[in-house]
Design a protein around this ligand. Structure first.
Ligand code: FAD
Ligand code: DHB
Length: 394
């Protein structure tokens, strides 16, 4: 078959790209390795930045988000047993972040695609991009039933996440990758317990970082810093609650509500960027191109920011025959990617505790004290946290 843009991967990046292209009349096909139920229910990011919300609005995907999303104007920082509420709205004027989980964004994107009737093939295998350095790239794959297919496309969008096939399709001699690993991971739980606050709480403690988020008025989402090689089996429910209560404890704060733990998982922490994001007719976007540690909640937002620029480039090409934005995609997207990398690393290193690094721990404390004491420093922090503007014009 034939299409204009073959999109590999139906995560937030691929689905949003498909949606924006369709709205401008650009044909596209999406290939996805997993089944629809898996894609819709994969538990991941929670926070949307304002620029992400604006783009979803522009793509006609804002209705349920505005009805059900929780708009946050502040958050809380805890360290040394003390609590500081940070008023993002007051400090940055425009600042809000929205608690509307990735699972819901993906459901809305899939529902919108159902309505336009564009093809999305789930449970495909042996996906291979070919001829990406030619004018006639193709993607070969097997469908859910095992039959072989080939798609001819003008362009291929690699939105297939960190473990996808698109990034490795670029000759390694032309690529430079940048990596940083961290000596810790995140243990995340979903608990049938009402959150103790309507806002997020980020807590720094000598026992390690923890955070309090939520998925509804009845369900808490909680994270604990653990060792990178730790396992879910090491953490019976009682140990989780004891540790969370210790790390989250602060003057005048109620204890966390405890309840049945509905889900447990461990997420490794990594910073990663590949450069450039383009090779011939292949363009990488989202986790296929970069990974941030989860602390600042930038992963999903960064994927959306990439797609904002990439869709702009593709749409301008088809509408005006002008390839300049598309050819500038990598450079433009990477500017914002590196700013988000910088902030994600800084916020991660501000809040986590590395056992044995005593000098670093004192500096960390000094950094935290400096941050809450300075309106200027906190304003800069909030500008980054709430989300830098997107470079795409859509
Ligand atoms: P993905 O969502 O990874 O989508 C890629 C898609 O491509 C997947 O559906 C995959 O099945 C598909 N695919 C892969 N290979 C192929 C192939 N060969 N052929 C076809 N399809 C393929 N971010 C936050 O901001 N906050 C968080 O709390 C947070 N938690 C996370 C927890 C985990 C466990 C992970 C892995 C990520 C988390 N993230 C978080 C990051 C955030 O979820 C990602 O940045 C976001 O999903 C990126 O979207 P994407 O579309 O680029 O990639
Ligand atoms: C969530 C995750 C984050 O990394 C964060 O900074 C805020 C919220 C969440 O999953 O709700």
């Amino acid at each position: 078959s034939k299409t204009q843009v073959a999109i590999i991967g139906a995560g937030p990046a691929g689905l949003l790209l498909g949606r924006l292209l369709r709205l401008s009349g650009v044909d596209n096909i999406i290939l996805e390795a997993r089944d629809r139920h898996y894609v819709e229910n994969r538990l991941r990011a929670g926070l949307l930045e304002q620029p992400t919300v604006d783009l979803l609005d522009a793509a006609g995907l804002g209705d349920r988000l505005h009805r059900e999303g929780k708009f946050h104007e502040g958050f809380e920082l805890r360290f040394g047993g003390r609590r500081t509420r940070i008023d993002m709205r007051e400090l940055t004027g425009r600042a809000i972040t929205v608690l509307y989980p990735q699972t819901e964004v993906v459901k809305d994107l899939l529902a919108a695609r159902d309505k336009t009737g564009d093809l999305i093939a789930f449970e495909v295998s042996e996906v291979e991009p070919h001829g990406i350095d030619s004018d006639r790239p193709t993607v070969r794959y097997r469908d859910a039933g095992g039959s072989a297919h080939e798609i001819q496309a003008d362009f291929i969008a690699g939105c297939d996440g960190f473990h996808g096939v698109c990034r490795p399709a670029i000759p390694s001699s032309l690529v430079k990758t940048f990596t940083r690993d961290y000596p810790f991971a995140w243990f995340g739980i979903l608990a049938d317990a009402p959150p103790i606050s309507a806002e997020l709480i980020y807590a720094h403690h000598a026992r390690g970082f923890s955070m309090h988020s939520m998925r509804s008025d009845r369900v808490s989402r909680l994270y604990l810093q653990v060792a990178p090689d730790d396992t879910v089996e090491n953490w019976p429910d009682e140990r989780i609650w004891t540790e969370l209560q210790l790390r989250m404890g602060a003057e005048g704060s109620p204890r966390l509500n405890e309840g049945a733990i509905l889900h447990k998982s461990i997420t490794p922490m990594r910073s990663f960027v590949t450069e450039p994001l383009q090779y011939g007719r292949l363009f990488l976007a989202g986790d296929a191109a970069h990974i941030v540690p989860p602390t600042a909640a930038k992963g999903l937002n960064l994927a959306v920011a990439d797609v904002s620029v990439l869709s702009d480039g593709l749409i301008t090409f088809y509408r005006d025959g002008d390839r300049s934005i598309l050819d500038g995609y990598s450079e433009l997207a990477l500017q914002r990617i590196w700013r988000a990398q910088e902030f994600s690393r800084a916020m991660t290193e501000l809040l986590h505790h590395v056992p044995g690094q005593d000098f670093e721990a004192r500096l960390q404390r000094a950094r935290l004290e400096g941050l809450v004491a300075s309106r200027a420093a906190m304003t800069t922090f909030c500008e980054n946290y709430t989300g830098l503007p997107f470079a795409g014009r859509i």
